[in-house]
Every structure is written in C-alpha cells, then in structure tokens.
Design a protein around this ligand. Structure first.
Ligand code: ADP
Ligand code: TRP
Length: 330
C-alpha cells in the first residue's frame, strides 16, 4: 500500500497542521510505503519571494524529519524536483471539467472575497490530483478541508481511465492506468481551533506554532480568546478554545478531570492556559531539539531530499509513461 501526502510550503506549521495532518503521516509510517513531499509548486500562488520560498520549503522538510518521518522507511522529497508531476497535471487538466474547478472551495472563497484569481489557483486541485496519481497512491492522509480535492482526484482518475483504458471497470477500478486513492481523515480532530476560535490557519494569524521559540509559543497560548467568566464561577468547557486544545494533548482521564474542574469553578482561564503550555512542551520539546540539530546539519537534509526525488522520479516516470502511452503521447 502506498501512502502519500504533502504539506504546502507557505509558512511555519502549526498545531492544526500537526493534529489534522502530520500526526497521521507518522502513525501510518509502519502501515505502508510512505511518500511525503513539500508542496512548493502549490505555494507559488502565495509566496512571491525566492528566498522566502527556499526557506519555507526547506523548513517543511526539517519539520518532517524533526517530527519523526524516517527517510530510511519513506520517500521524502520536494514536489518541484519531480517535473513529471507538471506533465501529468496537463494531461489531467485536459479531462477536467471547468465546472468542477469552479465549485472548488479555494476558488469559490477567492471569488467570494473578490480576490484576483490566477490560473494557478484554479488549477490547484488538478496539480494535487497529479501529485497523488503520479505515484499510484492508495491512501492520502489529510485534514477534512482536503476531502473535496480527493473526490476530484478520484473523478479525474476515473475519467482518464474510462476515456483511455479499454479494460477499465469503473465498479472495481481494475484495468485502469491510474489508481483510485482513498482519503484518510481523522474525524475527531477534524478542525483544530485557532487562538481566536476560528479554524487555526496561517491565513488568519491565529496559530500556535509547532516550532516557535519558547516566547512565541507562550505568547500565542496566552492570547487564546476566552470569555469573561470570573475565576470562581463554573465554566462551560464545550465553549472554551483552551479546553478544545487541551483535548488534543490530554488522555481522556486527564481531560475528564479538567472538565470537572471547569464545571466546578474556582480556577481561572490563565491556569488552564499554563496547563496547555506544559502539555505543548511535553509533547513537542524532543522534536524541537531534533529540529535545531538538523538545522546544523543541512547537508544531510539536502541529501535525504535528493535521494527522495530520485526515487519519486523513478516511480512517477513509469506511471507517466503508461499515461502517455494510453493517450497517444508516446
Ligand atoms: P493553513 O490553513 O494554515 O494554510 P494548510 O492549508 O497548509 O494550512 O494545511 C496543511 C494540512 O493541515 C492540511 O492537510 C490541512 O487539512 C491540515 N490543517 C490545516 N489547518 C488545520 C486545522 N485548523 N485543523 C485541522 N487540520 C488542519
Ligand atoms: N492541498 C494540500 C493542503 O493544502 C497540500 C497538498 C498538495 C497535498 N498536494 C497534495 C496533500 C497531495 C495530499 C496529497 O494541505
């Protein structure tokens, strides 16, 4: 089973990226052949400065390694180092109805906010489909917001197979050149709230960074918005962002105790924030130290990425060849 996913190189990762996506990559590592990449092409739309792009791109690779993706067990690479993906994107774009792209969340959001829409944004889901289909991926761990992209990916695989593969059976998926992937979405951490209670996102300036300095992390946690219930009054855990975030770290028993203390009153939100800060450190300090160490050893990191790209190109080149033969480009 091939498991594939990518993280966009658009900034520093946060708790939402970790609990919504990266944590699943780690858990799945032992269950199949992992392909994990840095989505730099997908970041071009937002990052318009070369130095920043290089920094973010390397940053995601460091994050992967620091958090525990093992380059001996999985293939780690940078998306743009596999040019085959852009070729496949064009082929898929040629069987992709424009209407489906106009219904994509990212496109609709941009239109609703009257942003200038460039072709890269419209084509974003097609490139993502190419990322997945190029390696005949079976399972794609992602956050819930990516579900629509996975559906499009399956639609495009079916469309291509129906169009070009005589023996393709849409019922079973057999006989096609492209493999239909499944999304792997963890429902219980579907959406991690940010410090303001909206979805945590780089775009909303409400993140708690995974690899910030102690000071940055503390500042982010202390600014989590809470209501004005007084210290001794009972508090509603279900309406509290701090409680929702604590739920990501604590065991059910620990969380039960915190819940009881909310309902009993007598503890202020500041104390719960401190508890969250402690939980954060217990969970991430080892990875933070590892990342600092890797930053001193960039030759190693670049070597991992070079080897990863070579492996990805070998696999992707074969699939692209099959695709090109199926549609008469070869
Ligand atoms: P951002 O919204 O900060 O730009 P990305 O779009 O780069 O984040 O998301 C990278 C991955 O992390 C995706 O799989 C996405 O579903 C997941 N993810 C991002 N934010 C959250 C969140 N708040 N809760 C759960 N998963 C998230
Ligand atoms: N679109 C994904 C996100 O915003 C990143 C991504 C690009 C991706 N290509 C992918 C995820 C392929 C899974 C598989 O998070």
């Amino acid at each position: 089973m091939r498991i594939l996913s990518g993280v966009k190189a658009t900034g520093r990762p946060h708790l939402g990226n970790y609990f919504g996506a990266i944590r699943q990559f780690l858990a799945l590592q032992s269950q199949g052949e992992g392909f994990y990449f840095v989505a730099d092409l997908h970041a071009l739309d937002l990052v318009r400065d070369a130095e920043t792009m290089r920094a973010y791109s390397l940053g995601v690779a460091l994050d992967y390694l620091a958090l525990g993706l093992d380059p001996e067990r999985c293939t780690l690479f940078v998306q743009s180092q596999v040019p085959e993906v852009s070729e496949l994107m064009w082929v898929l774009g040629s069987v992709c109805p424009m209407g489906q792209l106009q219904r994509a969340h990212g496109y609709k959001d941009a239109v609703a906010k009257a942003k200038e829409v460039d072709f890269g944004l419209v084509a974003y889901p097609v490139l993502m489909a190419a990322d997945i289909l190029l390696y005949r991926s079976n399972l794609v761990p992602v956050g819930k917001d990516q579900k629509q992209h996975l559906e499009l990916t399956r639609d495009l695989a079916v469309k291509f197979n129906v169009t070009y593969c005589k023996d393709f059976d849409p019922e079973t998926g057999a006989g096609g050149v492209l493999t239909l992937p499944e999304a792997h979405i963890l429902e219980d951490v579907a959406v991690v709230p940010g410090t303001d209670g909206q979805k945590m996102s780089k775009s909303y300036d409400n993140t708690i960074p995974l690899f910030g300095t102690d000071k940055q992390v503390k500042k982010a946690i202390m600014r989590i918005v809470t209501d004005s219930t007084a210290v001794d009054e009972p508090k509603d855990p279900t309406a509290c962002n701090v409680f929702a975030l604590l739920g990501l770290f604590l065991t059910p028993a620990e969380l039960g105790a915190v819940e009881a203390s909310y309902r009993a009153g007598g503890t202020g939100y500041g104390a719960y924030k401190t508890r969250l800060l402690d939980a954060y450190h217990a969970h991430f300090d080892a990875a933070r130290a590892k990342r600092a160490e890797l930053e001193q050893n960039l030759d190693y990191v670049h070597d991992v990425l070079r080897r990863g790209a070579a492996r990805a190109r070998a696999v992707g080149g074969e699939v692209l060849g099959d695709v090109q033969r199926a549609c008469g480009l070869r």
